[in-house]
Structures are given as structure tokens and as C-alpha cells.
Design a protein around this ligand. Structure first.
Ligand code: UGA
Length: 431
């Protein structure tokens, strides 16, 4: 099938590449000339495991193309996915100006029947507006709108695309249903076909529910800490109940990234604007914000006065296997440390190039040991697997004081204490 993907951000690029890998001919369009120029040279703007290789393979096999030419992309395609950004505005509402622009452009260039599919995360009823705007800009050509939310996790996006738990299709015509089902059939995943509003809500509700699970387990962790219970065991004991499930029950510094914070906030705003009470999500946000403050308090508990202290931070990305810094807890922690007069040395395997722009006062080091050397304490914020392999005896030797604040419960508390560390973690017994 001939497909166009408008927007070569994280979702657009991964989806376009994977659709090509499934045998479709895919044109990815973006108005950022430099990005398209880079992509046409094989330079990938984000770090996502396996993506570079898959882009190269599908370009070579002439199934994947990158262009600024929206007109040709629209004319040549049967299905057009909109995957442009919907960043939060200052009031928390999603900013839909890019969606509106693209809807106008697509409508203008439509030469025959198309299905225009919304893939960006948008508030319920956005599709109605997309349809309205498209009709306003093109009275002649028949088209359908549809919603196909994505459930890709950064760091495992290709795997998530190729082996999804489910595919959700919000459609309003049999013609659109048939085309989209055909496109996704090769994945052999359950396909939920519903109306457009339901598909839009499935996305917001899924992300908000997962964020709720994380805040719930973090709130439980804080209770555990007070009574000497172990959050890891509590989560294991809860998660084995199939109705609860074990994923997204990892206590830590709370959720970050480009999706959960934005989507929870947007869902609160949507519910509010519809006159529905969804205060539970306000609490989810509050617990999440508080979790960062709790980690900061642990640093203060370990060192008392932070002025002039040297702190080694491991992990800046909002989670492992990505270079994404959006709503990354590390940024907040580093800002709080610097506000108290501390000096931060840091290391992240992939996110340092971006981090340098956001955190100009941080001393970025070439490896984890360099970042730890001579520091008053080590703060571990992102659980990159390679940090687990670090030599604890070497860390102890390099630190000025053997103090570790582990915001992801990466290390074994008994082992840490045996080695002589003052070890601060989340929701686990003190000894
Ligand atoms: C999330 C969803 O998981 C995807 O299904 C969805 O498609 C995507 O948002 C999106 O809307 O585009 P992502 O933000 O890439 O994916 O990352 P997750 O792996 O879900 O992690 C989100 C945050 O929660 C991270 O900061 C992570 O550290 C944190 N987390 C996750 C926990 O603190 N504990 C957990 O048990 C799980």
C-alpha cells in the first residue's frame, strides 16, 4: 500500500520505517528541511535501538522515502498518517496548531479518495475538527478520517510496533476500516475497531492508567519506607495477581518523558472542559511531582548542606535506551542541586549532547567513573543497564564519601551496606 506519514518525529519516523519494513511504500514528509536532508543521508535525529539500521535497509530497498514535498506525498498515497507534535500549551491544553496546518495542506493536495489517520495523541473530538477543516479546504474529493493511536515505548519502539498487544482503529466508514485492517493484518495482533471518539479516549486512558499505576506504587513505597516493608516484594506480591499485573509497578523517582506528563495533564483538562470530575489524575500528578522532591530530600538527608558540595549524577535521560530529556527527573534534580550551590558532574550513555544545552553549568564526563570521582555523593537517576555492571568497590574508592542515593533501586541494599556505603533507596527497609 502507498502511505504518507506527515511528521518525522519519534512516532512518525518509527511508524513509517516499520510500515516500510512490512512491505508498504512509505513517504515521510516534514517541513524541517535540515531534518529531511539528514534523513536522506542516513542521519537519524533520535536515538532508538535498531532504527538506524531499519531506515537504511528500507531506503536501500526503495520502500522508504523522505521529502519536504507534501503535494507529491499526498497525491501518491492512499493512507495519510498525521504524526506531528501536540505539545502542551501553558494552560496544559494540547496545542493543535500543527494538526490544523497539516489537515489544511493534506486537503488542498488530495486528488482522489484518501484515508487521513490521526496518530498523534490528541484530545477527544480532534478528528471532528480535522474532518471539518479538510472539508472546508477541499469540497470536491471524497475522504475519510480515522484515529489510530500509537502505544510505542521509547527504547523499544520497533519491537512494540512489530509485536503490539493490540492495534486500535477508530473509523467511521467500512471503506476506511477495510484499508486500515489490511495495513495492520500482517502484525497478527488483536485489532480493536471502534468509533473515532473511543479510539482517541483509549489512548489518553491507557497512558493515564499506566501513570496512575506508577504513582500508586510510589505512594505505597513511601508507606513501606515508614514501616520497614520492602516495596520490591510488595510489588511482586501484588503483580502476580493477574488482575493487577506486574508491569509499571516499579517504584522510583516517578514518571517523565514526552507522553505521561503531557497526556495526564491533557486528560485532566479534557475531563474538566466536559464537566467531568477526574481528580484522581490530579493526585497522580501530585504524587509524581512529590517523588522528585523526596529524592532531593534524601540527598539533603545524606549531606545536610549542599552548598559547595560536588555531586555525581548518573543518568540524565528520562529512562534508559533513549536520549530523550523531556520532563526528565534528572533535569529537576540537577536544577534543585545547583540552586542550593552544589556543583554537578554527570554522565549519561546517550543523552549528553542534548543535556549540555539544557544544563550549561554541569560538568559532563566521558564515563561513569569520571563523573563519580571526587564527589561527596553519587545520585543514580536513570537505570541504564550498564550502571548495574559498575564496580562498587571502585565507586567507593572514587567517591570522597561513600554515599549513594539510588532513585531507581538498582543496587542490592544489603550488599551496599556490607561494602560500607551509606545507601539511600526508595521504599526498602533500612537494614
Ligand atoms: C509511554 C507508554 O508506555 C507508551 O505505550 C505510549 O505509546 C507512549 O508513552 C506515548 O504516548 O507515546 P514512554 O513514555 O516511551 O511510553 O515510556 P515508558 O516506558 O512508558 O515510561 C514512562 C515513564 O514511566 C518513565 O519515566 C519511566 O521511568 C517511568 N516508569 C515506568 C516508572 O517509574 N515505573 C514503572 O514501573 C514504569
Amino acid at each position: 500500500m502507498n502511505i504518507a506519514i506527515v511528521g518525522t518525529g519519534y512516532v512518525g519516523l518509527v511508524s513509517g520505517t516499520c510500515f516500510a519494513e512490512l512491505g508498504n511504500t512509505v513517504i515521510c514528509v516534514d517541513n524541517n528541511a535540515k531534518k529531511i536532508e539528514d534523513l536522506n543521508k542516513g542521519i537519524i535525529p533520535i536515538y532508538e535501538p535498531g532504527l538506524e539500521e531499519l531506515v537504511a535497509k528500507n531506503r536501500k530497498e526503495k520502500r522508504l522515502f523522505f521529502t519536504n514535498d507534501m503535494k507529491t506525498a499526498v497525491e501518491k498515497s492512499k493512507v495519510i498518517f498525521i504524526a506531528v507534535g501536540t505539545p502542551p500549551k501553558l494552560d496544559g491544553d494540547a496545542d493543535l496548531k500543527y494538526i490544523e496546518q497539516v489537515s489544511r495542506d493534506v486537503a488542498r493536495y488530495m486528488n482522489n479518495y484518501k484515508v487521513v489517520v490521526e496518530k498523534s495523541t490528541v484530545p477527544v473530538q480532534t478528528n471532528k475538527w480535522v474532518k471539518y477543516i479538510m472539508r472546508l479546504n477541499n469540497h470536491k474529493v471524497d475522504f475519510d478520517v480515522a484515529s489510530n493511536p500509537e502505544f510505542l515505548k521509547e527504547g523499544s519502539a520497533i519491537e512494540d510496533f512489530m509485536h503490539p498487544d493490540r492495534v486500535v482503529l477508530g473509523v467511521e466508514s467500512e471503506k476506511a476500516r477495510k484499508l486500515l485492517v489490511k495495513l495492520y493484518e500482517p502484525l497478527k495482533a488483536p485489532i480493536v475497531v471502534t468509533n473515532i471518539q473511543s479510539a482517541e479516549i483509549i489512548k489518553h486512558a491507557s497512558n493515564s492508567f499506566l501513570a496512575t499505576k506508577i504513582s500508586f506504587i510510589n505512594a505505597v513505597a513511601n508507606v513501606c519506607e515508614q514501616v520497614g516493608a520492602d516495596i520490591e516484594k510488595v510489588a511482586e506480591g501484588m503483580g502476580l495477581d493477574k488482575r493487577i499485573g506486574s508491569s509499571f509497578l516499579k517504584a522510583g523517582i516517578g514518571y517523565g518523558g514526552s507522553c505521561f506528563p503531557k497526556d495526564v495533564q491533557a486528560f485532566i483538562r479534557i475531563a474538566q472542559s466536559l464537566g467531568c470530575n477526574f481528580d484522581i489524575l490530579k493526585e497522580v500528578e501530585k504524587v509524581n511531582e512529590n517523588q522528585r522532591k523526596l529524592v532531593f530530600k534524601k540527598i539533603e538527608q545524606a549531606l545536610w548542606i549542599l552548598n559547595d558540595k560536588k555531586i555525581g549524577v548518573l543518568g540524565i535521560a528520562f529512562k534508559p535506551n533513549t536520549d530523550d530529556l523531556r520532563s526528565a527527573p534528572a533535569i529537576d534534580i540537577i536544577n534543585m542541586l545547583e540552586a542550593e550551590g552544589a556543583h554537578v558532574k554527570a554522565f549519561d550513555p546517550k543523552a549528553m549532547a542534548h543535556a549540555k544545552e539544557l544544563l550549561p553549568n554541569v560538568d559532563f564526563c566521558k564515563n561513569a567513573y569520571e563523573a563519580i570521582k571526587g564527589c561527596d555523593a553519587l545520585v543514580l537517576i536513570t537505570e541504564w543497564p550498564e550502571f548495574k555492571k559498575l564496580s562498587l568497590t571502585k565507586i567507593k574508592k572514587l567517591l570522597k564519601h561513600p554515599i549513594v542515593i539510588d532513585a531507581r533501586n538498582m543496587f542490592d541494599p544489603a550488599k551496599m551496606r556490607k561494602l560500607g556505603f551509606k545507601y539511600f533507596d526508595i521504599g526498602r527497609p533500612k537494614a
